[in-house]
Write a protein of this length. Structure first.
Length: 341
């Protein structure tokens, strides 16, 4: 029986590439600090030898694992995909690996995942929104784990945040709907309990209604999980009333897609019979027919900046300043003037 060939070492790579072991280490850990020609020569040597860095040694030397955890509410639709992709790309550029978990919008599950990722040695955490029990923040503070919030911005949060003002963003869209003459509004919202993004978006609609001299109590609201079928069912409930709404505002594009598809099934013309709006401006909003009026969220910008901030928190052990990003309305064909129904 033949003996196993010994695994190639850092010294082997250095000799083959004609550089020092320190240069090989820099190529692996901080490639941006090495000139391109040298980096390519070292990479060729690594590939030719089949060298794999000694992760355990790297962890011991740097006293960190070079892994970042991200806990998102769902993987079932594209709400977080674009931002998370940019987040991962930026982490990769700095030699970090991303570990992703999904809480399914369940606070207890998110808490369990936070504790598990910390136990597995994650150097930092990306969390979505600010709503969670105080004991979780206390746990992170006690363990001195750098953590950052995205998809929501609050200058007063327990954690720094790189995100946007959900309330102001939805207020601007609701104001546009009201300016088009709509007075019978309905909202298909995500579940607001434990979800500051959903709650603030609903608050934004109520702010606009109030500013237009209307009673927010007359605003019809259905809260439902973010699924296309749920959006469809909520829309059908609204439109089956004797006096249906002239505009249905949805907490995100997924719910709006369900509403739009159900409108077509019911023989309703959008926006002639009823206007429908979304929130997020994911790809789905552009390919629906009619295309969806929505709020554009700077997903990629947010993901990239969140990664840079979290890396700085991990490496410099200093808190991030946070950053307020801006949204804007993308007006497409699903929103029109109020009808006379």
């Amino acid at each position: 029986m033949s003996k196993l060939k010994p695994a190639p070492t850092l010294d082997d790579v250095a000799r083959r590439a004609g550089v020092s072991t320190a240069t090989v280490s820099r190529c692996i850990n901080t490639p941006d600090r090495v000139v391109e020609a040298t980096r390519k020569r070292v990479q060729s040597a690594i590939e030719a030898l089949g060298y794999t860095p000694n992760f355990a040694a790297r962890v011991m030397a740097a006293k960190r694992t070079f892994t970042i955890g991200a806990i998102i509410p769902t993987m079932e639709n594209a709400i977080f995909a674009r931002g998370l992709q940019a987040f991962q790309e930026e982490l990769h550029q700095h030699g970090y690996t991303l570990l992703v978990s999904s809480s399914a919008y369940k606070p207890a599950t998110e808490e369990e995942q936070i504790r598990t990722l910390v136990a597995r040695g994650a150097d930092g955490l990306l969390l979505i929104g600010h709503d969670r029990a105080p004991r979780i923040y206390e746990f992170l503070e006690h363990r001195e784990i750098p953590a950052l919030v995205a998809w929501s911005f609050s200058p007063d949060g327990r954690l720094p945040s790189i995100g946007f003002d959900n309330r102001a963003a939805m207020y601007e869209l609701a104001k546009r709907v009201l300016d088009l003459g709509h007075r019978r509004l309905a909202v298909i919202s995500g579940i607001t309990h434990g979800n500051d993004r959903a709650r603030l978006r609903l608050d934004g609609v109520r702010d606009a209604v109030r500013q237009h001299g209307l009673d927010p109590q007359v605003l019809q609201v259905i809260e439902t999980p973010y699924e296309i079928e749920n959006g469809a069912e909520a829309f059908a409930r609204f439109m089956s009333q004797e006096t249906p709404p002239t505009a249905v505002m949805c907490g995100n594009d997924v719910l709006a897609a369900g509403a739009l598809l159900r409108a077509q099934d019911m023989g309703l013309k959008v926006p002639q019979d009823v206007s429908i709006t979304g929130f997020d401006d994911i790809e789905l909003a552009r390919i629906l027919r009619p295309a969806l009026t929505t709020v554009h969220v700077p997903h990629r910008e947010m993901g990239g900046k969140a990664a840079k901030a979290l890396i700085e928190m991990v490496e410099k052990r200093t808190p991030a300043a946070g950053e307020h990003l801006y949204t804007h309305i993308v007006e497409r064909q699903s929103l029109g003037p109020a009808n006379s129904r």
